[in-house]
Write a protein that binds this ligand. Structure first.
Ligand code: GLA
Length: 396
C-alpha cells in the first residue's frame, strides 16, 4: 500500500477507535449537564411515584423545553444485594423496578440517572459499589441508566483517582454512554485528574440552602456550605472546566425556601456563569411562578450552555461588590454584577477587566429584564439591590 493511503487509513482508524472516542468524550456533556436530582428536597424520601410525577412535571412545567434533561434518583433507592451480588432497589418504594421507571422517564423524552458510591456503603448507609463495579455498571446499562452520580462515603483508605477510574472502565465496558458524576467533594482535587474519568466533579462539600456561611460536618471536619461560600471555592478552578468535563459546585437549591427570590436569582446566575451543571433540586411539581421563571430563563441558561464551554471567573472584587465574566462563543461576554451587601450599591464593570479595549463600543443587554440597554463605551454601571445580581451581555 502507498504510504499516503496508509497514513489516511490509519488517521481514519484512529479517529474512529474507541480510544480516541474515550479520551475526551466530547459527545457526552458537551455543555454542562442539566437536570433534576432528588436529594436537596426529598433526601431519602424517594419512590417511583415521585419520580414519575417529577418526569411529568419536567415536561408540563417547561423545564424540559428549557433544556433540563436528566432525572436523577440520589441516595436511598437501593436496599441490599441479592445472593448473586446484584443491587436490589427498595421493593416497597420502587415496586415496578428500575427498568420500568427508566422506560417511563425515557418515554417523556428525558434521561434517567441513579446514584451510588465508590465505597462499601453510600452516605445514607445503603450498599455501595466497592467490589461490584462491573456488575453494577452492567445492571445500570441494562436498566437504561444515562447518568451515574458516584459518591465517596465509606471509602476508608481507597485512592480516589483509581476508584473512579475503575468505575469509568466498568461504564465504558457496557458500551452505553453514561454521564459520570464524581462526587468526591474536592478533597483529592478531582479537577487535576477528573478529565477523561468523569464528566463533572464536585469541588466542595454539600451545598446548603442559604446565602452564605459554612458548617462543619463534625468538629474539625469541614464542611457544608452556603451558596457564596461555595462560590468562593470556585476561584482558581476555571481552567480545568471545558466541554465534557465540568467543575460541579453542587446542585441548585433554587426554590427550596432558605433564600429570598433575589438570592435564588443570584444563585442561578452565578451557577450559569460558572458553567456549572444545572441540576434543579426543588419540587418542580409545585414551584411558584417566580421560581419557575428563574429556573427556565432562556437567556441565562444560554450563558451556561454556551458552546465555547468556558467557565466564568471573578474579574474584580471590591469588598462585597464583585464582577464575574464569561467569554461567549460569539466574542461577547456575559457579566454578573454581584452585590453581597445588605444595601443597594452601584457596581461598575470596566472593559479592561473583560479583555476589551476601553475605546470599544458595545451593546449591553440585561438578561433578567430581557431588555437592550443601549451602547456603552469603556464601562457599564448599574445599581444592584441587596443580595442581588444584575446580569448583562456585553457585545462589541
Ligand atoms: C453526600 C453527597 C450528597 C448526597 C448525599 C446522599 O453527602 O455529597 O450530594 O448525594 O451524600 O446521601
Amino acid at each position: 500500500m502507498k504510504p499516503r493511503i496508509l497514513m489516511i487509513l490509519s488517521a481514519i482508524f484512529l479517529a474512529l477507535s474507541p480510544v480516541s472516542l474515550g479520551a475526551d468524550r466530547p459527545a457526552i456533556a458537551a455543555t454542562p449537564p442539566m437536570g433534576w436530582n432528588s436529594w436537596n428536597k426529598f433526601g431519602c424520601n424517594v419512590s417511583e411515584d415521585l419520580i414519575r410525577q417529577i418526569a411529568d412535571a419536567m415536561v408540563t412545567s417547561g423545564m424540559k423545553d428549557a433544556g433540563y434533561q436528566y432525572v436523577v434518583i440520589d441516595d436511598c433507592w437501593q436496599v441490599e444485594r441479592d445472593a448473586t451480588g446484584n443491587i436490589v432497589p427498595d421493593p416497597k418504594r420502587f415496586p415496578s423496578g428500575m427498568k420500568a421507571l427508566a422506560d417511563y422517564v425515557h418515554s417523556k423524552g428525558l434521561k434517567f440517572g441513579l446514584y451510588s458510591d465508590a465505597g462499601t456503603k453510600t452516605c445514607a448507609g445503603r450498599p455501595g459499589g466497592r467490589g461490584y463495579e462491573f456488575q453494577d455498571a452492567r445492571q445500570y446499562a441494562a436498566w437504561g441508566v444515562d447518568y451515574l452520580k458516584y459518591d465517596w462515603c465509606s471509602t476508608t483508605t481507597q485512592d480516589a483517582p483509581s476508584s473512579y477510574a475503575l468505575m469509568r472502565a466498568a461504564l465504558d465496558a457496557t458500551g452505553r454512554p453514561i454521564v459520570f458524576s464524581l462526587c468526591e467533594w474536592g478533597t483529592a482535587k478531582p479537577w487535576l485528574w477528573g478529565k477523561g474519568v468523569g464528566n463533572l466533579w464536585r469541588t466542595t462539600g454539600d451545598i446548603q440552602d442559604r446565602w452564605e456561611g459554612k458548617q462543619e460536618w463534625s468538629p474539625g471536619n469541614c464542611c457544608n456550605y452556603g451558596m457564596l461560600a461555595i462560590l468562593d471555592i470556585q476561584v482558581g478552578l476555571e481552567s480545568y472546566a471545558g466541554p465534557g468535563h465540568w467543575n460541579d459546585p453542587d446542585m441548585l437549591e433554587v426554590g427550596n425556601g432558605g433564600m429570598s427570590t433575589d438570592e435564588y436569582r443570584a444563585h442561578f446566575s452565578l451557577w450559569s456563569i460558572l458553567a456549572a451543571p444545572l441540576i434543579a433540586g426543588n419540587d418542580i411539581r409545585t414551584m411558584t411562578p417566580e421560581i419557575h421563571d428563574i429556573l427556565t430563563n432562556k437567556e441565562v441558561i444560554a450563558v451556561n450552555q454556551d458552546p465555547l464551554g468556558m467557565q466564568g471567573r471573578r474579574v474584580r472584587k471590591d469588598g462585597d461588590l464583585e464582577v464575574w465574566a464569561k467569554p461567549l462563543q460569539d466574542g461577547s461576554r456575559a457579566v454578573i454584577l454581584l452585590n453581597r451587601a445588605t444595601d443597594a450599591k452601584e457596581i461598575t464593570v470596566s472593559w479592561l477587566d473583560l479583555g476589551y479595549p476601553a475605546h470599544l463600543n458595545a451593546a449591553v443587554r440585561d438578561l433578567w429584564q430581557g431588555k437592550e440597554l443601549g451602547q456603552a463605551k469603556g464601562t457599564f454601571s448599574a445599581k444592584v439591590g441587596p443580595h442581588s445580581v444584575v446580569v448583562v451581555t456585553i457585545k462589541p
